[in-house]
Design a protein around this ligand. Structure first.
Ligand code: PEP
Length: 263
């Protein structure tokens, strides 16, 4: 059962394919997803989307245009154009009608040294071009064990939110709480653990901009499965899910979206 606050904030379920897929596998996954949606009467369930590797944005756009599943990227450059070898600009995502991009995923923070300042710059670049940044935050197991989870996550949120607020665009951002210890480990945060952090994130956002804080979707990510999605969705401040491994299976992803939508 969805909570009333989440009903006002239409749930958003995003599949993060990470560096997986290929033309043929993507075709199968996307057609299977569309077939499941069709068998469900074509009713849009949650606002459903996939975050695909940049080379497959064209394929995804062609396959999903006109259907109630969105698409976006997993990362983007903060720069507009120029000598930035290997980077992908917001304008390039726009060429393929991407609606959003993840920014600051923990795999990018830890493996590519992305700082809070860079994550904020990427989020701002997206918002200035009308795309939604899904700003990923989350603590390590060490931070949780030391009792610093809330302080750590809220600081990450503040670092991203303040520059967006200064430019008047905070309300159009989304955040994803992804505890690092739950990503790809099969060990999800409990609904109560997720709610505790989501509530703290919303309080942090409210200190910056109270009305934006009410609008902003807070997704939970970290080993979400169809079996655990409804429990998470029932939490007051959980407005959807960022789904990694399980999004590579059309049935599982669809069932998560259904569970998040109360359908
Ligand atoms: C992710 O990395 O965004 C993620 C949520 O992964 P998983 O669902 O596989 O834990």
């Amino acid at each position: 059962m969805l909570n009333s606050a989440a009903t006002q904030r239409q749930p958003w379920v995003i599949g993060n394919w990470k560096m997986n897929g290929g033309l043929s596998d993507n075709e199968t996954l996307l057609s299977d997803l569309l077939a499941l949606l069709e068998s469900h009467g074509g009713r849009p369930i949650a606002r459903c989307a996939v975050a695909v590797p940049a080379p497959y944005l064209f394929q995804t756009m062609v396959r999903l245009s006109g259907h109630p599943i969105g698409w976006g990227a997993q990362d983007v450059s903060a720069e507009a154009a120029g000598a930035f070898t290997g980077e992908v600009a917001v304008s390039m995502l726009q060429d393929f009608e991407a609606q959003f991009s993840l920014v600051g995923h923990s795999e990018r923070r830890s493996r590519h040294g992305e700082t809070d300042a860079l994550v904020a710059a990427k989020a701002l670049a997206l918002l200035q071009q009308g795309l939604t940044p899904v700003v990923c935050v989350g603590e390590s197991l060490q931070e949780r064990d030391q009792g610093r989870a809330l302080t750590f996550v809220c600081d990450q949120v503040r670092q991203a939110a303040q520059p967006l607020h200064a430019q008047g665009v905070l309300a159009d951002a989304a955040f994803a709480y992804e505890p690092i210890w739950a990503i790809g480990t099969g060990r999800s945060a409990s609904p109560e653990q997720a709610q505790e952090v989501h509530a703290a994130i919303r309080r942090t956002l409210a200190e910056i901009d109270a009305s934006a804080a009410e609008q902003i979707r807070l997704l939970y990510g970290g080993s979400v499965k169809a079996a655990t999605a409804a429990g998470l969705a029932a939490q007051q401040d959980v407005d959807g899910a960022l789904v990694g491994g399980a999004s590579l299976n059309a049935r599982e992803f669809f069932d998560i979206a259904c569970a998040m939508s109360d359908c």
